[in-house]
Design a protein. Sequence first.
Length: 367
Amino acid sequence: MSELSVYKQLTAGTGECLNVLKREIGLKTDCMPFAVKLIEAMQSLNVKTEQEALNAANVLLSGLQTLSQGGIIAEDYDKIDFVKRGKTIVPSARVEAFYRAAARKGYRIIDTIIAVPAEDANTTYFKENFYDGDVILTLEDRRFNPDRAVNAERLISGYFAKFICRLDIHDVKQNKRVAMTHCEMPLADMLAVSSASEQGIYKSRWEEYVNEYGYKKKRKVITEELNSGTFWVNWTGEMVNKTIIRRALKRVKEVLPELTEAIYAFEQDEYEETAQQQEPVIEIPVQADNVDLHNMTSEQLADCQEMYSLFFANPKLAEDKTAEIKALFENGADVQDVINKEYASIVVLKKSPAKWEEIGGYFDAKG
């Protein structure tokens, strides 16, 4: 059965759609509202070629598999968004979906999130207190400005100075706290995240320029015009909460490995910001037996873009591929042989500082 037929079946009807999910990724469900929502999103893509259909099916199925492995199920459809990015649909879990998944694993998560106005910047924070051998975080808040409602206009005008979050995590069976963590995001960091994607708070455009070698290139430029109708404009408060909770959860993975897969399913893909700002590359194909990472053919670049889409939808896949490449070198593989085999993954992983720190040293001799 071709991948194109998989795409067609995904959009043919609710029954066919659910059968495909069961067959391709083992997702067993009879939740019709979920199928309807999925089909509507996929039909909005206006796919015209077999390659587009292949990529759309792969990205969707990979993303749904990640959600399923993390404990986010089809019945959470009211808290799952199908986000259009280019000619693909990326499933995205809301905060409530993640909390439901954590509850199914036996954990209750209580969040306290404060959007701190400029007037309260120095007097609103979480204070560390030591009690019975544990660190307890309490909120200190003078509330000089009690109006903390979040919207796009306030976000870009500098109304807020920072955003703070505390996560209080309890083991339900043992009826005890197992973790408490907090984080703080300055306004500048929140704006950077909000501007990174197609669903960002500002409109963007591609402009042509001439690089240092005299070649015409294109780069993405963020404008100052609100991107009306996007997630960050319509649901600014929800997106702010989602962003800062994701940052706070980075510490939780270390102490609660049981929640690692659920966190993977919820986290924003770390490649999004880099990819959204990356210029489209046009290269002259070079015929060679070995892959040259600095002079790739159009076919090889297409492979890189497809691999990015897969990693974007499934961060766990990027983790696995990093480990696989590292194992190749540890077993004595030649650098060029690894490049020839894994060039698409290497190009995408290089965009991630954390992943590249693990494997980048093996490629130093190649530049």
